[in-house]
Each structure stands twice: as structure tokens, then as C-alpha cells.
Design a protein around this ligand. Structure first.
Ligand SMILES: [Ca+2]
Ligand SMILES: [Ca+2]
Ligand SMILES: [Ca+2]
Length: 495
């Protein structure tokens, strides 16, 4: 837990008992701020009033928008969770109005609190709009946004719309949103926004970019999970044209495009010289019906893929990576792949004329041996964590885990953090919870829903091509899901 989180927690506790009032700062909030570590100075300098909001409208202001309208620089608007969703006018199409303020849950570091602090757009409008030159001091932290919808002409940004602004969106879940044009989860233009530790899943776009659509700017995506989104045109997960971009430690999993690019797509039409860094990302099990399954680069980009795992993606033309088959004479693409595990190796990468693939000897093409862990399906097998073997991705990345800021996160199912040389691929945050075998939906319980999921996972004795998310049913650790595993599960379900 970072000092920043400690401070936010302390602020919450210190401010909860006192009603919000404008005017002089309250001394009760100052003491805990200065008790925080040096690393939290940003929090203390930005400290403003706490404004408490409740879903039933009985808080300091009746709606989130009303609170924003009244807020001053540095204020924190805290949404109480667990008392029903925030809905209706004032709790959707919420405009930050250019303010450097924070809108957050009571404890953004707690996934349970985040899950219980819900803005439900009820399929009528999106949740948030940033279009008044907001900076990264405009912060969303620890909220769940669901059921956003923009099905108007050129509908875009079902969850969040960003234009000419660069907010920070941290530890948010954006799910079950839909649009008919661009960016069902998030749509941004001319933005240097930071998306950090967000989950963008199960969004649906009847156009381009099921998860995230970005045109122009230099965004950073760090620690994000972009999962099970769908687009009917390009970019099941993301589709972007950018000046430059940084995508570090992201998991792009199970996205589908019924046309081009299942996982991560870059068009880049109007941005010559674009520099794209994709580091420590796992791009897995994405699918497109045309062109590229995992990643695609069309115009201009100069991209480095480093310490990544690109595996299990499917598409007829380029299952894992496409480095443009566009022969345009002035828009070349260069993609450098290094210290990465790519299924099929360089031979399976589609490279068009006048475009360049740089492939170093540090790459491998070997089963990453994914294994289930407390927060997902794509941890790396390690004998030290109890698996049968060691993934070839362990310790094979460039540099040290500390140098990449990944030494507090983990690729191990027992959550021992990465140390020494960086492991390839996505690193999960430490949850402090053990893996519960058989809990396919990871809700902490073994129940009929898990049993139903198991029906699609049984392979039979000795058949070991079990999909990563089914490996949570391999109770008898022999790499298959057979009748012995079935019996173990039944004993858990009916003790
Ligand atoms: Ca390591
Ligand atoms: Ca369960
Ligand atoms: Ca087994």
C-alpha cells in the first residue's frame, strides 16, 4: 500500500464524522495529512475540503454534479458506497467543469469498496465528461461505472468522454457500456490522460474500439486490464491514433473484433513520428475475424514491444502481430520486439512492404505456462509457488523488476512479488487473498455458477490443453481437468 493511499484512507476517516462546510480548512483534517510519509506530499498540498455524497441524495449535496459545481481546487468528493447505485440526472453526464478536484470512493484501495461504489447510467447517457482542459489533477479514483450508453448519431465514450483534457482515472472499473460509433468504455481526443489500475471490461461498440478509443495526445495506460470487450469494426480492446503512447503492465484479454484487430490496434493516420512503448503487457486470447488477433500497427508508428507476452490470439491473417500490410511510401511502420514471448515467433508476424520488424534474439516462442491466481488466469507457473514447472517467461525480461516499477506486484500465484530480473508479461497487484481453487468467477465462494463454468473445462484424463481460465479446476495438479478433478469439485460444492 502506498503512502498516498494511507493518506487518503486517513483523510476519509478523519473527515467522515464532520459534515462538509465551505470556508476555512478544518484543523481535524490537517493533522493526519502531515502524519503521512514524505512521498505523499502531493496529497497534502492538494488537500481541500471533503464533500460527502450519498446515493439517496442525503449527503452534503444531492448529486455528484451538484457537488462538483460547488467544489474548489483540491476538494475531494467522496461517494459513499454500499447503499445502492448513483443514478439519474446529476449522477450521469457528470461534467468536471475544468476543476482540479478528486471524485472517489471511500477507500479506492479496496476492491470491495470500489465494487460497492457504483454509478449506474441505466443505459441512458455516459458517466463522466472531461472537456474543459482538465489536467491530471482532475482525478477519478476507485469508482465502478456501469451501463453507460451513447447510441445517438456518432455515439462515443459510453463510460467516459475526454476531449482536449488530461485527467487521471485510477482504480476504476468501467463495464457493460455500449456505443454505436467509438470507444464504448472510454473515448478520448487530444489527451495526455493517465489511466492507472483500471479494469475496462464487457463493453460493446457497434463501431471502433470496444474498450478504449484514443485520437491524438500522449496517454499513459499503466496496470490496466482491458478484457472481454467487443467491437464490430476495428479494435476489440483498443484502437488509437496517437502522437505517442505509453502502455505499461496492462493485460489485454479476450477482446473480440468482428472485423480488424482483436486486442490492441494503432491506426496513426495523422501522426508521423509517433512513438509507442508497450512494456510488460500480456496480450492474450483476443480474436478478430479479419487481419490481426493480438496487435496491429497501420501507419507511422515507431513502436517498442518489450517484456510482453503475446499468446493465444487468433485471426486469419496475423494471429499475434501485424506490422502493416499497407505499402504507402511515406507512412512506414517500425516495430521492435525484444525480451518478449510471442507465439509463432517472427515467422508468424505479418510485415508489409516498406515496413520494418526488428526482432532481437532475446525473444522466445514458448508456452508461457499460465496458471490461475487470486486475481486472474494469467500468472506464470513457478515451482516455488507450487506449480509443476517454471514458465519460460520468469526472469527473462529486460532489466530488473525494480527498474520497471514492478517489484511490488507479482506473476506468482502465491503473490510473492517479482524480484531480480523482470518477468515477462503482466504483473498482478497483490490481493492478500489466497487462490481458491474452483472459484472460477473469483467471488470468494464455490457455488453452482462455478460448477456451470466447469462443464466447459473438462478435458478428460491426460488431455492437457486446458485453457488458462479453466486451470482453476485442476484440483489434482496434473495439467488436465478430468473426473478426479470433478470429484474434488463436487466434494467442495456439497460438503
Ligand atoms: Ca523476476
Ligand atoms: Ca465463485
Ligand atoms: Ca487434473
Amino acid at each position: 500500500m502506498s503512502p498516498r493511499i494511507d493518506c487518503l484512507t486517513m483523510l476519509t476517516i478523519s473527515g467522515r464524522s464532520t459534515a462538509h462546510a465551505k470556508g476555512p480548512r478544518h484543523s481535524f483534517a490537517v493533522v493526519p495529512i502531515f502524519a503521512c510519509a514524505v512521498g505523499a506530499l502531493a496529497a497534502s498540498t492538494a488537500a481541500g475540503d471533503l464533500i460527502n455524497i450519498k446515493a439517496d441524495g442525503s449527503g452534503d449535496y444531492p448529486t455528484i454534479q451538484a457537488a462538483i459545481n460547488a467544489a474548489a481546487t483540491g476538494d475531494e468528493i467522496v461517494l459513499e458506497g454500499g447503499q445502492g447505485a448513483y443514478t439519474g440526472p446529476g449522477n450521469k453526464e457528470i461534467d468536471f467543469s475544468g476543476k482540479a478536484i478528486t471524485v472517489r470512493s471511500a477507500d479506492p484501495s479496496s476492491s470491495a469498496v470500489v465494487a460497492a461504489t457504483v454509478i449506474d447510467c441505466q443505459f441512458d447517457g455516459r458517466a463522466f465528461i472531461f472537456e474543459n482542459s482538465e489536467t491530471r489533477e482532475a482525478i477519478l479514483d476507485g469508482l465502478t461505472i456501469i451501463n453507460g450508453r451513447r447510441q445517438d448519431v456518432f455515439g462515443r465514450g459510453g463510460g467516459i468522454l475526454i476531449a482536449n483534457s488530461s485527467p487521471t482515472i485510477r482504480r476504476c472499473v468501467i463495464a457493460h457500456c455500449d456505443v454505436n460509433w467509438l470507444g464504448a468504455g472510454v473515448r478520448a481526443t487530444s489527451s495526455d490522460a493517465l489511466l492507472e489500475d483500471c479494469v475496462i471490461e464487457n463493453n460493446l461498440c457497434d463501431g471502433g474500439a470496444g474498450g478504449v478509443s484514443w485520437d491524438g495526445g500522449n496517454p499513459e495506460l499503466r496496470g490496466c486490464v482491458i478484457r472481454n470487450n467487443r467491437a464490430s469494426s476495428a479494435g476489440g480492446g483498443t484502437f488509437s491514433s496517437l502522437d505517442s503512447a505509453t502502455m505499461i503492465n496492462c493485460l489485454v484479454e479476450g477482446n473480440v473484433a468482428t472485423n480488424y484487430v482483436g486486442g490492441v490496434g494503432f491506426a496513426g493516420d495523422n501522426f508521423p513520428g509517433a512513438q509507442i512503448a508497450i512494456w510488460n503487457c500480456s496480450i492474450v486470447n483476443n480474436h478478430a475475424t479479419m487481419q490481426a488477433g493480438g496487435l496491429s500497427f497501420y501507419y507511422h508508428q515507431d513502436t517498442t514491444i518489450r517484456n510482453c507476452v503475446v499468446w493465444g490470439n487468433t485471426a486469419p491473417l496475423a494471429p499475434q502481430i501485424r506490422v502493416s500490410d499497407n505499402p504507402h511510401p511515406t507512412n512506414p511502420v517500425t516495430v521492435r520486439v525484444e525480451f518478449s514471448d510471442v507465439q509463432g515467433g517472427a515467422a508468424d508476424v505479418l510485415v508489409g512492404v516498406r515496413n520494418t520488424l526488428i526482432w532481437t534474439a532475446s525473444n522466445i516462442d514458448a508456452d508461457p505456462e499460465f496458471t490461475p491466481g487470486p486475481a486472474g488466469c494469467f500468472y506464470l507457473s513457478q515451482t516455488a509457488a507450487g506449480q509443476l514447472g517454471d514458465s519460460p517467461c520468469v526472469d527473462e525480461g529486460a532489466g530488473t523488476a525494480a527498474a520497471y516499477g514492478l517489484d511490488a506486484s507479482t506473476t506468482r500465484s502465491d503473490e510473492v512479488t517479482d524480484s531480480g530480473a523482470t518477468d515477462m508479461g503482466y504483473h498482478y497487484a497483490v490481493t492478500g487473498q489466497p487462490l481458491l481453487m474452483g472459484d472460477h468467477d473469483r467471488n470468494g465462494h464455490i457455488e453452482l455458477a462455478d460448477f456451470a463454468a466447469m462443464q466447459n473445462c473438462v478435458t478428460g484424463d491426460g488431455v492437457t490443453d486446458v485453457s488458462p481460465c479453466c486451470r482453476i479446476f485442476d484440483f489434482e495438479p496434473d495439467a488436465d481437468v478430468d473426473l478426479a478433478d470433478y470429484a474434488d469439485f463436487a466434494a467442495l460444492l456439497i460438503p
